[in-house]
Design a protein around this ligand. Structure first.
Ligand SMILES: [Zn+2]
Length: 674
């Protein structure tokens, strides 16, 4: 290649790499493999190195990281970097709107604002400056007026463009963050090297951007979500097609090759924003990044500008924080709880505190080893956390706040319920971390087993709450799971605190639980290691409960998601004679439905209508038989009916079936189909 050809090749490679960067890092739709991308990048690198006159500080090749620096320069921001005020509930959010509307009214503006709700990512704010379409500088927020120059590090981040498709000058605000799985990966490597671990993704992002070696940053997979465009006033006056709404601004950023978070919503009003907020309280835990709330912004730029700023913040936007998931409180006592499997769990009794939207006064301490690891003592001030469905747990202790009379906890040697000696048990090849009560007739274990049996993910008998189960168990009304199905209204309505109505409700909810999916029944038995997901994994492979109870170890442990530990627990559960006795009493009360049997059934997806008197089967028996084999029975003939099962008599349905050209079968034909 001559000089001219080299120049052309370099230009083509840069454009091609930029196009594929956007496809991969902005749209998550790669068209070429990583290997091909890397080899094109290496070619560009080589050409640039051999031909220094074609060097560009903004070539895609700089993303592999430049030279090590010895410190970060200070940068004065050209546009002051504000932060948003916080609100914590819907009422405060409405108050914020009210204040804004009052200001707008004074200015005689009648337009009502709409809103954009965006994720408030738990990362690090970065300020990116572009001049004439070229990336020139990146800075941290710092104190809002002065930050640090992290340009060389940010150049390695693949989710932002180094050259824009148009020659515009503006400042882009973004949040730098890292994926949870990158935190895991990096911590694993650091552990091997004996380095201190990063506590969370935010610390990791901050630590990464402060690396003095951009080559390390390049390997860390930092992401940046761009969410704001700012221009100095005189710049803005020069631009006529400046976005008129926040949503247009986000679209513009995406068009320019920035990564923009798609999880956002344009809301007509704050009620819509509230619905979106509630949805994300739980959903946020499923994301790659940490989210600590929403940022609600007035969509119309004109209204935003009109509202201006308070001393600290723009009035047009607000951070709507999610309920706190980490709080500090005092540890008043440590008690022990006996679980349904006999495991003894130390429980922290806490000064009540609001956590993730509900008042918490107890938290798990897992086991004795955990208490020792935390070195937590009664009287300590502790950090408490909760994530998603997880039980609140203590994860840190403020030792500097420890009172002189703080007491070290001593694990009991005997069961607090039945006084049997506690011991560790063999689980696989290891001794358990927890102590166990091995007494099979321990009352506390029975009670916990019953509470588990009726729980939502189990038999879902919502009329039998924890308190009621406890009461019924204490007075001997319920002795085991099967006795629940022998309860009558009369048994309950005479009891103190129960009336006719509450008795009827309890009986109705017990009745409703009789038809139960196989996986929920399996879960409800409280077999060790068989949680909700494991129960689902197992149930998928069996047509009925009997097959599970008779399955051999090899068959069970061969199921995906079921290890030897689980298979072992299942086999020994079913081998136990008192469990066999319980099941023999329990199962006749229930109709356990296997999804596998339904899907595998010969009649899967077929719809039947039954009419007339059948020779051998009653109507209910016929219905049962069809349903067990995956079919459906409906009351009247329609176009979607597949068969009319007709016995003696049954006039008009027969006529309908003929009219719709639906196949008419008799009992023996049905039986032959199976
Ligand atoms: Zn016990």
């Amino acid at each position: 290649m001559n000089k001219k050809e080299i120049g052309i090749r370099i230009g083509e490679l840069r454009r091609l790499l930029e196009r594929h960067r956007i496809l991969y890092h902005v749209h998550d739709k790669p068209e070429i493999s990583d290997e091909v991308y890397d080899s094109l990048m290496r070619e560009l690198e080589k050409l640039e190195k051999e031909n220094p006159d074609f060097y560009s500080s903004l070539s895609p090749a700089v993303r592999i990281g430049g030279d090590v620096i010895d410190h970060f320069e200070k940068v004065t921001h050209t546009v002051k970097q504000w932060s948003f005020d916080n609100v914590f509930n819907f009422k405060e959010l409405l108050d914020w709107e009210e204040r804004n509307l009052t200001i707008l009214k004074k200015e005689n503006i009648k337009e009502t604002p709409t809103y954009v709700a965006e994720m408030k990512i738990d990362g690090l704010k970065v300020i990116l400056t572009y001049e004439d379409g070229n990336f020139v500088r990146a800075a941290t927020r710092g104190n809002g007026e002065i930050g640090e120059d992290i340009t060389e590090n940010i150049k390695t981040v693949k989710s932002i463009p180094l050259v824009l498709p148009e020659k515009v000058s503006f400042i882009v605000i973004g949040e730098a963050w890292m994926k949870k799985k990158d935190l895991e990966r990096i911590n694993k490597e650091r552990e091997k090297d004996g380095l201190a671990l990063y506590a969370n993704t935010r610390n990791l992002a901050a630590g990464t951007l402060r690396q003095l070696d951009p080559k390390i940053v390049a390997t860390r997979n930092i992401q940046i979500y761009a969410y704001d465009v700012e221009q100095t006033i005189d710049n803005r006056q020069k631009t006529t097609d400046y976005p008129k709404t926040q949503e247009e601004e986000l679209e513009l950023l995406s068009k320019f090759g920035f990564l923009v978070n798609k999880d956002r919503k344009v809301c007509k009003n704050l009620k819509e924003a509230q619905t979106f907020y509630e949805k994300w309280i739980e959903k946020r835990h499923t994301q790659d990044y940490g989210i600590d709330g929403l940022v609600i912004k007035i969509n119309e730029r004109k209204l935003w500008d009109e509202l201006g700023y308070t001393a600290k913040s723009p009035r047009g936007g607000i951070a709507y924080k999610f309920p706190a998931e980490v709080v500090a409180t005092k540890l008043l006592d440590i008690t022990v709880q006996v679980g349904r499997t006999g495991a003894i769990t130390p429980v922290a009794e806490l000064a009540p505190v609001l956590l993730a939207g509900s008042t918490v006064s107890r938290a798990t301490l897992h086991n004795e080893d955990e208490i020792k690891r935390l070195d937590v003592r009664v009287g300590d001030t502790v950090s408490l956390r909760k994530a998603g469905d997880v039980i609140p747990e203590i994860f840190d202790v403020f030792k500097e706040l420890r009172p002189k009379n703080a007491k070290t906890f001593v694990m009991p040697t005997n069961c607090p319920s039945c006084d049997s000696k506690l011991s560790r048990i063999q689980i696989g090849k290891e001794l358990s971390a927890a102590l166990y009560c091995l007494n099979k007739s321990c009352e506390a274990q029975h009670l916990e087993g019953l509470i588990h049996f009726v729980s939502k993910k189990g038999m879902n008998i919502d009329g039998l709450g924890e308190r009621i189960i406890e009461t019924f168990h204490d007075i001997g009304l319920i002795t085991d799971a099967s006795s629940i199905y022998k309860l009558t209204k009369e048994d309950i309505e005479g009891l103190e605190g129960f009336g006719e109505k509450s008795a009827s409700n309890i009986i109705a909810s017990i009745e409703n639980s009789r038809i139960v999916p196989l996986h929920r029944f399996l879960y409800s038995l409280g077999i060790r290691h068989v949680g909700e997901q494991t129960a689902k994994d197992i149930a998928k492979h069996f047509s009925n409960f009997k097959e599970i109870s008779e399955a051999r170890l090899e068959k069970l442990s061969g199921i995906e998601g079921v290890g030897e530990k689980v298979a072992d627990a299942l086999v020994s559960y079913f081998a136990n004679t008192s469990n066999q006795k319980l099941l023999a009493h329990l199962i006749p009360n229930l109709k356990i439905i296997s999804e596998k049997a339904i899907v595998d059934g010969k009649l899967f997806n077929k719809t039947f209508v039954i009419t007339g008197t059948l020779p051998k089967l009653s109507r209910d028996e016929a219905k049962d038989l069809i349903e067990k084999n995956g079919g459906k029975v409906t009351a009247s003939i329609s176009k979607s009916t597949d068969y009319l099962l007709a016995g003696e008599g049954g006039g008009s349905k027969r006529d309908d079936a003929i009219k719709f050209e639906i196949k008419i079968i008799d009992e023996s034909e049905l039986v032959n189909m199976l």
